[in-house]
Design a protein around this ligand. Structure first.
Ligand code: MN
Length: 239
């Protein structure tokens, strides 16, 4: 939006229940945006160029939420065995929306599936299934509640994330069975877990385009790193 708002409108990519044919949303995303000073709005799954255009010009920022796997056909993978569940409606909406957001430099926060959408939309690929395709001693699908951290990530010192958090390591939760495999050209790695997997990326030339593999919203707004990221995102959306 060209007009400046005191409380920016943040579009959330919606979750879709295929069985019930219903939209739904986790309240944690809503709460974290509200606490950071934004107004969350759940976006419709429109998939025409007109839909994309109207939506992106109606919001000040976009949060790409977690969700099912991206259809591997989209990033050119042949082996589908590691893919658990896909949502064609979300793929058809989120990939072009992400590309448009990068063209327009709309502030964007990408969580879990969101970081994978960012990477795939820019030409990267993902591991379809970490346990069968990546050697690791970490449980990226943690057994403890998602509100609790389960592994650390090392923050890249030259990253905007390091500047924001002022820490070279933080504890994060982990509930993903996929992760970035080939990093898209232009994306900058901002954090990795101890096994070397990419856990955060950013686009240094944008005011705020950050992707994280963990769920900051599930750690809660009183978690210092989650709070700092949501506040920085909303601040970028006010400019
Ligand atoms: Mn993880």
């Amino acid at each position: 939006m060209s007009s400046r708002r005191e409380y920016p409108l943040i579009g959330l990519t919606p979750l879709w229940d295929k069985d019930k044919q219903r939209y739904w949303m986790f309240p944690d995303y809503i709460d974290c945006i509200r606490h950071a000073g934004g107004i969350p709005v759940i976006l419709p799954l429109g998939d025409t160029p007109e839909d994309m255009d109207r939506i992106i010009h109606s919001v000040d920022g976009i949060l790409f939420t977690g969700g099912p796997d991206i259809d591997p056909v989209i990033y050119g993978a042949v082996d589908k065995t590691g893919t658990v569940d896909v949502c064609a409606k979300r793929d058809a909406f989120e990939i072009p929306l992400m590309r448009l957001a990068r063209t327009l430099r709309t502030p964007t926060f990408c969580i879990c599936r969101g970081i994978q959408i960012l990477n795939v939309a820019m030409g990267g690929t993902v591991y379809e299934d970490i346990p069968s395709q990546y050697q690791t001693n970490l449980h990226h699908m943690q057994c403890i509640p998602f509100s609790e951290p389960s592994h650390t990530v090392a923050i890249e010192k030259k990253s905007g994330l390091y500047e924001l958090l002022g820490a070279d390591q933080i504890w994060v939760n982990s509930c993903h069975h996929q992760a970035i495999r080939h990093l898209a050209k232009g994306l900058f790695v901002a954090a990795r877990s101890s096994d070397g997997l990419i856990e955060a990326v950013e686009l240094p030339w944008e005011s705020f385009c950050v992707g994280v593999q963990w769920h900051p919203e599930r750690l809660g707004y009183d978690n210092p790193s989650s709070c700092a990221m949501f506040r920085a995102f909303i601040e970028a959306c006010c400019r």
